[in-house]
Design a protein around this ligand. Structure first.
Ligand code: PLP
Length: 423
């Protein structure tokens, strides 16, 4: 469910014609719908009403300050995976006490920053990380609140690059290892055990892997109780999928209810870390057709956005629906590859896609681009990163302006010895 729809022939976001925004900011650009964001947050929060919980938005999906500020206003916390994300979360007004910190490679500086800020907890991903956090908390004269990210070894049946809870993945600590590490953590001077955590993957379209993971965590919770280890938080990660094409993922309401049912009366505060399901269908990438190119085998539609703007098709073979900003009934259709300007054969947004015939200057919307879109963008080929626009009803805000060429080289210095002309 989203807010991008046609009125007569024109694609609108809420009450704003997407073309109007394109005229103002140029293409390519990201466009987010605030009412859609709001609905998705509520769909998640409503079934949890009355349940002791905290939703910590996984901000690697979308870390736009304006979006995050809205999350903060709605009472959401954040799941961060770097010092930069922690900085953004705090800047957006998310209280440190609602921030969980995940990720296998936290640096000493990042750990110090998070301890200093007073986050809710670190999700520990290795034995050595636990030791370093104990040591840093000691050095800072603080106690570090932790949970261990348990790798429950369940197959989430998703793309291999986004499955994280199987024994061959780098994430978390296996069940027996977690047992051992909790017992060690209990004896550490500067560690406070507060929770237990898992996150098994992304774009899950079935509930059963989640429920399998919960069952394994519950068994571990029972065993740890026998050792006098009790928790405040049960963090179940994120991972609920969305519809890109014909997937039929569970509705957030059903997901929340099923999980609450499985968790049962443990008396723990439940932490969720949804990312994609909140923002994915709340955003589009708008781009213009530059050229058509016909080869013997194929028709290419070359656009002004590429894998530097949206890498999901290149990286995961991901499908994104494509809609022209201006549709015309009964216009002829053709099968094309929609490709970007970047010097890589992996630079495509759609392959063998049947679309209305597109010409130079036509604009298209790449749908469901609100999650892992802008956040995964880069400056590859020295392309400037696109602007982000947030639409609220009939108003829209440019919440990130397009990078300039000066921005591209800011921070670079050329040593004097390398400057000047050589003959
Ligand atoms: C990526 C990630 C999430 C969010 O995943 P989604 O599929 O976007 O919901 C949550 N928790 C952790 C630890 C993650 O790495």
């Amino acid at each position: 469910m989203h807010d991008f729809d046609y009125r007569q022939e024109s694609l609108y976001c809420g009450d704003v014609a997407v073309e109007e925004i394109a005229r103002k900011v140029g293409t390519p650009f990201y466009c987010y719908s605030l009412p859609t964001l709001h609905r998705h947050i509520r769909a998640f929060e409503e079934p949890l009403a009355g349940v002791d919980h905290q939703t910590c938005f996984a901000m690697k999906a979308n870390s736009c300050l304006a979006v995050l500020s809205y999350m903060a206003k709605q009472g959401l916390g954040a799941d961060v995976v770097s010092g930069g994300e922690l900085y953004r979360a705090l800047k957006a007004g998310i209280p440190a006490g609602k921030i969980v910190y995940s990720g296998v490679g936290k640096t000493t500086n990042e750990i110090d920053m998070a301890i200093g800020a007073g986050i809710m907890m670190f999700n520990i991903e290795s034995e050595q990380e636990l030791e370093v956090i104990d040591e840093r908390a000691g050095a800072l004269g603080k106690k570090a609140p932790i949970s261990i990210r348990v790798n429950p070894d369940v197959n989430p049946m998703t793309h291999p690059y986004i499955s994280t809870g199987m024994k061959e993945n780098k994430f978390g600590i296996d069940v027996e290892g977690s047992m051992t590490q909790y017992l060690r953590a209990k004896d550490m001077d500067n560690i406070e055990i507060v929770g237990i955590d898992c996150h098994i993957g992304s774009q899950l379209t079935d509930l059963s892997p989640f429920l399998d993971a919960v069952a394994r965590l519950k068994m571990l919770i029972e065993r740890l109780k026998d050792h006098g280890i009790v928790f405040k938080y049960l963090d179940l990660g994120g991972g609920l999928g969305i519809t890109y094409s014909d997937e039929e993922p569970p509705h957030p309401k059903d997901y929340c209810r099923a999980i609450l049912g499985a968790v049962g009366p443990l008396g723990l505060k439940v932490i969720f870390e949804p990312g994609r399901v909140i923002v994915g269908n709340a955003g589009i990438l708008v781009t213009s057709v530059l050229y058509r190119k016909q080869t013997r085998d194929k028709t290419f539609v070359i656009i002004d956005a590429g894998m530097s703007d949206l890498i999901r098709p290149s990286l995961y073979g991901a499908y994104h629906d494509i809609k022209p900003l201006r549709r015309s009934n009964g216009s002829p259709r053709e099968t094309v590859d929609v490709v970007g300007p970047i010097c890589e054969s992996a630079d495509f947004l759609a392959k063998n896609r049947e679309l209305p015939v597109l010409s130079r200057g036509d604009m298209i919307a790449v749908m469901s681009a609100g999650a892992y879109g802008f956040t995964m963008s880069s400056n590859y080929n020295s392309r400037t990163r696109p602007p982000e626009v947030l639409v609220d009803g009939s108003k829209y805000y440019v919440v990130l302006k397009r990078q300039s060429y000066e921005d591209l080289v800011s921070g670079e210095t050329v040593p004097a010895a390398l400057r000047g002309t050589r003959g």
